[in-house]
Design a protein around this ligand. Sequence first.
Ligand SMILES: Cc1ncc(COP(=O)(O)O)c(C=O)c1O
Length: 452
Amino acid sequence: MSYAFLHPERYQRSAALFERALRSIPAGVNSTARAQFSGWEPHPIFADHGDGAHLVDVDGNEYVDYLLGLGPMLLGHRPPEVTDAVVERICNVGTVFALPTALEADLADAIVAAVPSVEQVRLVNSGTEAVLYALRLARAYTGRPKVIRFEGHYHGFNDTIYWSKHPDPLEAGDARHPLPVPQGPGVPDELRETLVIAPWNDLSVVEEVLESHRGEIAALITEPVMCNTGCILPEPGYLEGLRSLTERHGVVLIFDEVITGFRLALGGAQERYGVTPDLTVLAKGLGGGFPVAAIGGRREIMELVADGTVSIAGTYSANSIAVAAAHASLEWLADPTRYELLEQRAHRLREGLEQARRDAGVAGSVVGVGGVLQIWFADAPIRSYRDAIEHARPAHFRVFFEEMLDRGVLFHPNHLENLFVSFAHTDDDIDRTIEAAREALRAVRARVGASA
Ligand SMILES: Cc1ncc(COP(=O)(O)O)c(C=O)c1O
């Protein structure tokens, strides 16, 4: 099905820029999540600039922004403390030296102090890189070949893990023991043998798989909150269960906190849920919108990097921009009162949306924790990817997206993405969003019906 905007005349410059971009950029965009086929129909909206929690597009439409660059703009757009630190560094220091700089150790100390599992840390440039290194470290540490990953999670686009993000259930088969499904052609099929896929939020399957692959599993990688199939929370005891099962089997537990890190708490989901993994991957929340990521964890594992047994390289790793941005950002985040405010606002948003949904008489639920949430249009609870495929209604979400966009509220049009709340959102932004949602949800009911 192809979709339109409610008022296409408001997006004419975006439409024209898209036509132009298509000439020389495949799909007209530089990342999959921005493509038409990922939900941006009839075309992506082109950004002009951002300011705090607001974004202005090239046609001059202004939005309260819950897309937030898909997560990194945790402090809002152009946070002055971070921007100033980066500009100062670029102008007075330089960007890349292939030599360490003094600020790197300060930053590493700040990450170690903030994130419970991190005793040592290396900086890289993206979540994808950090995941690649986490898996490499786990395999080197255990001497084992295989990795358990969950259907519906996303851990970046490296070949070894870009499998079973949102597979066709017909291809993946049995919900308890799905087959690995590569993202597409070009991912070497041989890697299939290195992956074991499991459904999330079901400890019994993990227990079974660890038994049946005894001695073969190097790592279990998980998002501690499932943020790449909408927003799905861990069932009570689930993360604790993963911790004790992996410990019992000598398997490295990796938390991919690319989204949850610095967003659910300064120490991420692991602080919030009180479960400490062996390795942690951090990215989006770390750099105040600048490209920087980190891989950290137990000293005993990270020490494999110390003598070169495991190589973590990169011309741009710990470049000045990344270090200055992350350093300034962590200094800003270190004030706990900031998280209290974020909590309050995100909580009020969730409650307001949920009330608006009920009042409109539309089936579903608002699910979230800290500064991340999603509204599910579904008539059953969503605990896993297969639940989402079976119960969630993308057409309802699309109508909600169109109606909210029309009222000046921006988020990703795909129901399997998230809404992100930043430290820059004000009470007024939240009020405006809830008010828009009250009207938008009534429109959802009128256009596509009450039940999911
Ligand atoms: C949980 C998770 N891990 C890894 C990644 C990959 O990060 P990057 O896009 O920085 O490579 C993402 C990106 O969305 C993510 O959500």
